[in-house]
Design a protein around this ligand. Structure first.
Ligand code: FE2
Length: 189
């Protein structure tokens, strides 16, 4: 199963409980074989996160290096943010449900990620960036989002860094059986 997963491109993120499924790639549904609970961790300058992939409970599922959920209505859990830090050889894919994050990187890229937006950053040969919440005032304390780290194939490890901001209005979604699937990569049949 791991060998097959390694060949595939990003599948998608299922919120809450994690299920890796091939449903986004093929018109059939695979059964979940395992349910994994995320672990509470602190990262960045002191942001409380739930780590779903990349914890001792769920490791070694290349190309998925890490999947974090940040969800809190207490600004003290997230306002410290993620000041300048480096990435290399991976892509980070950020999806916001509520709240806003401002990204800035060492190549002049960046932007504001708002609810429903995706930021797809290819670190390639190396990039330094910061990710800071841009909310937390009265009435807008809720932050909810996800970040997936995707390993790059060996041949792509040293590509030029690249930043793609996808606005919510440009991202297709499908409603089916009471579920809304947001297709941030690939196709859904
Ligand atoms: Fe980062």
């Amino acid at each position: 199963r791991r060998a097959r997963l390694r060949l595939r491109r990003p599948l998608g993120v299922f919120f809450g409980l994690l299920r890796l499924t091939e449903a986004l790639m093929e018109p059939r549904v695979c059964e979940a074989t395992r349910t994994v609970r995320g672990m509470s961790v602190t990262d960045g300058a002191g942001v409380r996160l739930t780590r779903i992939i990349g914890s001792p409970r769920l490791d070694q599922i290349d190309p998925f290096v890490l999947l974090d959920q940040f969800r809190s209505d207490n600004p003290r859990d997230y306002m410290a943010g993620f000041p300048d830090h480096p990435h290399r050889g991976i892509e980070t894919i950020t999806y916001m449900v509520e709240g806003r994050f401002r990204h800035r990187d060492s190549r002049g890229g960046g932007g504001l990620i708002q609810p429903g937006d995706v930021q797809w950053m290819t670190a390639g040969r190396g990039i330094v960036h910061s990710e800071m919440p841009e909310m937390g005032g009265k009435g807008e304390e809720k932050l909810w989002g996800y970040q997936l780290w995707l390993n790059l194939a060996a041949r792509d490890k040293m590509v030029e860094p690249r930043y793609q901001g996808l606005a919510a209005r440009d991202i297709p979604s499908v409603r089916q059986d009471g579920v809304r699937v947001v297709v941030i990569s690939g196709s859904y049949a």
